[in-house]
Design a protein around this ligand. Structure first.
Ligand SMILES: [Zn+2]
Length: 322
């Protein structure tokens, strides 16, 4: 049997792991689609999923009941030194994005931003209205120096045979009190999230290609590649063009590449044949010399954006205190 390539086959594409200190915008990858975005004052987390309650696909998807594990969540937050967060943002409400969100909000005295389905999960997890924000697509949310905008998007299509079963119903219609069936964590509205900071602009996006979508211009994209190995080469090419080339991003971070059922503390393995997608993204980025592709290992903190260099005049104005 030939061994499939592991994450360490792509060491060349690991971003530089740095300490979270000093000025700048930092991103820590925490497995699945979870990224922690921080500057020196504020912290935001996207799609936390630390509990990892074993196997969630196959028959488990319909029969197994799951609940967040407060101990695992606390341990993970401690490991990355997070006591307080300003916001927990949800791209959608499948279990591997939304299960832990209410408990993370509780433990970090934070606020949950997401769809109406995310609100049902928040309420079921014991949050009250004061820590829930149902996203308004017209609004820009200010969190310190960050400006957050949610953009309506689509989930990557599932294989035809499972799509009608998984998406039989698409929203969470009632308050969801865990332990709940995995299938009841339905997709809800799906969002791309634009996170703008004076030092740079990041787009967090999924693997859904949309025929006529126009992405905002950004400096970096964090793209969820889970399941993309099941899509055609042509699909991935169109997605790359839309999500990365047309958004003018210079850096691409591949997320959601790891197996969903492994504990966050175990050595990570690729989800299915995701190494195919990684190779393909590297090849597509290689055709465009301005685009750098990174695959962050779990726990890696990378400096996403540095302070903008001041012009001579701006430095002078700053020095004389004008
Ligand atoms: Zn999903």
């Amino acid at each position: 049997m030939r061994l499939l390539p592991g994450i360490n086959s792509f060491k060349k594409y690991f971003p530089k792991n740095v300490e979270f200190e000093g000025d700048g915008v930092f991103m820590t990858f925490l497995g699945t689609n979870c990224t922690l975005i921080r500057d020196s004052k504020n912290s935001i987390i996207v799609d936390p999923y630390f509990t990892r309650p074993g196997r969630i696909l196959g028959v488990n998807y319909f029969v197994k009941r799951v609940a967040p594990n407060p101990h695992t969540i606390r341990k993970t937050l401690n490991k990355i030194g997070v006591k307080k967060l300003d916001a927990v943002l949800l791209t959608h409400t499948h279990i591997d994005h939304a299960l832990d969100a209410p408990e993370v909000v509780k433990q970090t005295n934070s606020v949950l931003y997401g769809s109406s389905s995310a609100m049902q999960i928040g309420l079921g997890g014991g949050l009250d209205e004061s820590s829930l924000v149902e996203v308004d697509l017209e609004k820009t949310y200010k969190i310190g120096a960050f400006r957050i905008k949610f953009i309506k998007s689509v989930h990557m299509p599932f294989p035809k045979i499972v799509e009608p079963i998984i998406n039989f119903r698409t929203t969470v219609p009632k308050v969801l009190v865990p332990p709940e069936r995995i299938a009841n964590y339905r997709v809800g509205e799906y969002y791309k999230i634009q996170i703008e900071h004076p030092y740079g602009k990041l787009l967090v996006c999924g693997g859904g290609f949309e025929e006529h979508a126009v992405n905002p211009k950004v400096d970096a994209v964090a793209i969820s590649i889970g399941g993309l190995a099941l899509r055609s080469v042509e699909y991935r090419e169109k997605l790359f063009e839309q999500a990365i080339v047309s958004s003018a991003a210079k850096s691409v971070y591949l997320t959601h590449w790891d197996k969903l059922d492994r504990s966050i503390d175990s050595p990570a393995e690729f989800l299915g044949r995701t190494h195919i997608t990684v190779k393909h993204f590297i090849e597509m980025a290689g055709r465009n010399k301005d685009i750098k592709v990174f695959i962050p290992p779990i726990w890696t903190t990378t400096r996403l954006f540095s302070p903008k260099r001041r012009t001579f005049i701006a430095r002078l104005v700053h020095r004389i205190g004008l």
